[in-house]
Design a binder for this molecule. Structure first.
Ligand code: ATP
Ligand code: MG
Ligand code: MG
Length: 559
């Protein structure tokens, strides 16, 4: 991985360690299991885990904690997928996975303590009334008529809320802070609501569920978190985070620090919106290779090291973090450069007949799988009378400077001979269907005599090549910020309008037989074409290969 880049959170930690405030640090990554992780989460994972693992790690550990307080949208599938994604990215959480729901009993106990201290009350206002009472940014809120219930009454009502005596939504437990606060989060926030929902872990044990703000700070404190890192939209919630911990009997008081969210252009970084793409079957699933999810990027062929390098390049700060897709692809490309063995593949074949090929006389060479990694080994690159070359590597009327095939022109076949195009064969419609070429037999492993042949093209022997399905991916949206486009009426336009109809193209291609036994998720560079990865789901070793194009060799984004 690239060298660690300093950022303000590292500076804070350096100072905390120097001042002896902590001997080791404890972070956590706290996803809600309501969807698959996306590239924004990857940034947060690389930050939280990266502080305690890998290069320049601080002494300490990172927890994986599911924020499972909203049973409506949560599922076991998401829990499993998130654990798998974190591990795949190369990180390991400390001990067992944690769940906020493990703390439901303790959270309840602290709520009782707050009621006993006169700092929480049961409110009978419904959601709509509560909104009206809350006020606005410019107008203070009004106290609920139920705000001054006695401690005894509140304790009784809260106990009965838990016991299931009241209808969903009929009552809430609220903190008694300040209805006139300039920070709306402090205007008596709701900390418990009644919802009869089956929970993935606690089943039907509870019909009241704690709210995020109340749960998060206490969960952090119970786990001894030292630095609670979250995105900037929680900055306004920090006073509430601190208020709760200041008012309950708990020793630990983690500090919350905020950094800016990653926004990746041409992608959506919201689980809700990504879920919509899945539900409306615009993509094949959360792990569709076009999705900016961790599992989608994985299936596409991105490497964990590439994603970690990307996260590092995004940086950690409080300023806007809008990043172009080319930065992600660049990081992936850089890590695959040294990692991926190279083979030849022809995506759009044109037949070449070698008119002077002679079996047994025309020689062939073996070729290394990587020019700088002899340990990757070599394979034979067989030649025969019939070849496939890339249609794009032939021009009937070559433009100036053309160094590939054209009538009368010479080119080198990668790892093999120089050939000359002698004749162009067309079908009845005038389409070029075959090139007849001759080999210069003196050019295997040596330069031709008396002339320079600069162009080198990839190719395959037709009888030795194997057929493969290759999926070529392009950006999913035609707009850089598909969810931020406003219409004439000032309203956001539905991002579904900006789907790129050409984001997936499936081609029948030819590849070297050397890839036949590749396991799923094997990455290759197809020479001159890009990086490709055998599909994690639909490729089987020994069967017809199924490849996904991970990224082209050259940047196709910042044109
Ligand atoms: P979404 O809006 O996609 O549901 P979220 O923030 O609600 O995202 P959580 O599951 O609560 O999703 O996120 C877990 C952690 O990941 C949080 O600490 C959150 O701040 C962080 N995170 C989520 N999105 C991003 C992002 N785009 N950039 C950086 N960190 C992010
Ligand atoms: Mg969240
Ligand atoms: Mg969310």
């Amino acid at each position: 991985d690239a060298p660690v880049v300093a950022h303000f959170i590292r500076t804070i930690i350096d100072n905390d360690l120097k001042d002896g405030r902590h001997a080791a640090i404890q972070t956590r990554f706290p996803p809600e299991p309501n969807g698959y992780l996306h590239v924004g989460h990857a940034k947060s994972i690389c930050l939280n885990f990266g502080l305690v693992q890998g290069e320049q790690a601080y002494a300490g550990a990172c927890n994986l904690r599911f924020d499972d307080t909203n049973p409506e949208k949560e599922s076991e599938e998401y829990v499993r997928a998130i654990m798998e994604d974190v591990r795949w990215l190369g990180f390991q959480w400390q001990g067992e996975v944690r769940f906020a729901s493990d703390y439901f009993e303790q959270l309840y106990g602290y709520a009782v303590e707050l009621i006993q201290k006169g700092l929480a009350y049961v409110d009978d206002l419904d959601a709509e009334q509560m909104r009206a009472y809350r006020g606005t940014l410019t107008e203070p809120g009004k106290p609920s008529p139920w705000r001054d219930r006695s401690v005894e009454e509140n304790l009784d009502l809260f106990t009965r809320m838990r016991a299931g005596e009241f209808a969903d939504g009929s009552r809430t437990l609220r903190l008694k802070i300040d209805m006139a606060s300039g920070n709306i989060n402090l205007r008596d926030p709701v900390i418990y609501r009644i919802r009869r929902l089956h929970h993935i872990r606690t089943g039907d044990a509870w019909c009241i569920y704690p709210m995020y703000d109340y749960t998060h700070c206490i969960s952090d404190a119970l786990e001894g978190i030292t630095h609670s890192l979250c995105t900037l939209e929680f900055e306004d919630h920090r006073p509430l985070y601190d208020w709760v911990l200041d008012n309950i009997s708990i020793d630990c008081h983690p500090r919350q620090y905020e950094f800016s969210r990653l926004e990746l252009l041409y992608a959506l970084t919201s689980k809700r919106k990504l879920n919509q793409l899945v539900n409306e079957k615009v993509v094949s699933g959360w792990d569709d290779p076009r999705m900016p999810t961790v599992s989608g990027m994985r299936r596409r062929g991105y490497s964990p090291a590439g994603i970690r390098l990307f996260a590092q390049r995004c940086g950690i700060s409080k300023s806007e973090n809008v990043i172009d897709y080319s930065v992600l692809e660049g990081a992936v490309r850089e890590t695959l450069e040294a990692e991926a063995p190279r083979v030849m593949a022809v995506l759009n074949p044109l037949k070449v007949t070698l008119t002077n090929f002679e079996a047994g006389v025309t020689g062939q060479r073996s070729a290394p799988f990587h020019p700088h990694h002899p340990e990757f080994g070599e394979r034979e690159v067989p030649i025969a009378a019939t070849l496939y070359v890339e249609r794009d590597d032939f021009a009937e009327v070559p433009p100036a400077g053309w160094q590939r095939l054209a009538p009368g022109m010479e080119v080198r076949l990668r790892y093999s001979y120089v050939i000359r195009c002698d004749e162009v064969v067309k079908d009845a419609s005038g389409e070029v269907v075959e090139l007849k070429c001759s080999i210069d037999h003196a050019t295997l492993g040596q330069n031709p005599v008396g002339r320079k042949v600069k162009g080198v093209i990839h190719w395959l022997s037709a009888e030795h090549a194997i057929a493969a399905e290759v999926r070529l991916y392009d950006r999913l949206f035609t707009e850089p910020r598909p969810d931020a486009v406003r219409g004439d009426d000032g309203q956001y336009v539905d991002f579904m309008q900006f789907l790129n109809p050409h984001s997936l193209q499936v081609v029948e291609a030819w590849v070297e037989a050397a890839v036949q036994d590749a396991a799923p998720e094997t990455r290759y560079q197809f020479e001159r074409l890009g990086y490709f990865c055998t599909d994690r789901v639909e490729h089987r070793a020994g069967g017809k290969p199924v490849f996904n194009r991970t990224v082209t060799l050259k940047d196709s984004w910042s044109k």
